[in-house]
Write a protein that binds this ligand. Structure first.
Ligand SMILES: Nc1nc2c(ncn2[C@@H]2O[C@H](COP(=O)(O)OP(=O)(O)OP(=O)(O)O)[C@@H](O)[C@H]2O)c(=O)[nH]1
Ligand SMILES: [Mg+2]
Length: 275
């Protein structure tokens, strides 16, 4: 058991070192990384679709990288904004790690990029433990998920630097108790900002972009009291966490026509990014 825990700690420690180097490197080239975490289907891509379009309208050079176990659906949606988009397929891994992100950004991210939005794999457990070298960590929760989620997933919500509530257009229909949700967030992460959004109605559109730009301009992001010491406490099997699915590469359609496709894709955590 001790060896398992040691291995887990070693994996996380290595990730921390890589994340630190990535953060420094990104800052040096003037790029701010924003890491978006949530349960599957909370509305990460829907929110990003609006924010990327807005960034383009405002002339802010942004890019987006989206990670999934399978499909290029999210990249296809995000690429409609016209900004550079890359799909990463994680070969069954339930989260991104700093070295994966670094490799996928290298040689792909345009030099002028001011903000790069990283949509993590939909999961509130594994991604919470992995620092990606981001300057801003955003955790999303939709109104349908229940007000107790900050308490059930204290690492994810406790390490958030911004919390985004999504799908407020259906809040009444599902009886979302906003004060209770806010109180639970405050309990695990005192002082963190909670923003209400509806991608469908455009509520809160631009807040994510504004907060990201503020950080890019040097404004300090919220510092969670939990800090980093709780990272990695959710896994007890010590393995680099997979979701139990297929350990080898997922076949996916590589025959996308570069002339028509406005995004790039990479399969597997160790695959070299293709330009
Ligand atoms: N009513 C409503 N539905 C929304 C909103 N935003 C997203 N949805 C719906 O929620 C579902 C999931 O949205 P996505 O944007 O794909 O969620 P996601 O977090 O990117 O999902 P994964 O990448 O699979 O984890 C879709 O059916 C969306 O149409 C919203 O503001 N209001
Ligand atoms: Mg998505």
């Amino acid at each position: 058991m001790c060896r398992v825990v040691d291995l887990q700690q070693a994996v996380l420690a290595k990730n921390e070192t890589t994340a630190h180097a990535l953060r420094t490197g990104m800052a040096a080239r003037g790029t701010t990384v924003i890491n978006l975490l949530s349960s599957p289907g909370s509305g990460k891509t829907a929110l990003l679709e609006g924010e990327l379009l807005l960034a383009r309208e405002r002339g802010v050079p942004v890019a987006a990288l989206t990670a999934d176990l399978a499909t290029e659906n999210d990249a296809r949606r995000l690429a409609r904004s016209g900004v550079p988009v890359k799909q990463v397929l994680t070969d069954g891994l339930c989260h991104l790690e700093a070295d994966m992100l670094g490799r996928h950004l290298e040689g792909w991210l345009p030099d002028s990029t001011r903000l790069v939005f990283v949509e993590n794999v939909g999961n509130l457990v594994c991604p919470a433990s992995y620092d990606l070298g981001e300057a801003l960590r955003v955790v999303l929760a939709s109104v349908t998920e229940g007000e107790d989620k900050p308490l059930k997933y204290p690492t994810a919500f406790g390490l958030a630097q911004l919390v985004v509530v999504t799908k407020t257009d259906i809040a009444d229909a599902v009886g979302f108790d906003e004060p209770a949700f806010r109180a639970h967030v405050e309990q695990v992460n005192p002082g963190v900002e909670v923003v209400l959004t509806s991608a469908r109605r455009g509520e809160g559109l631009g807040v994510l972009l504004d907060r990201a730009m503020a950080v890019a301009d040097g404004e300090p992001a919220h510092e969670p009291v939990m800090g980093r010491r709780h990272r990695g406490h959710h896994h007890t099997d010590g393995s680099p966490q997979t979701n139990g699915s297929h350990p080898h590469a997922h076949p996916h359609d590589c025959a996308d026509d570069p002339g028509q496709s406005a995004y790039v894709t990479s399969a597997g955590p160790s695959a070299q990014p293709r330009a």
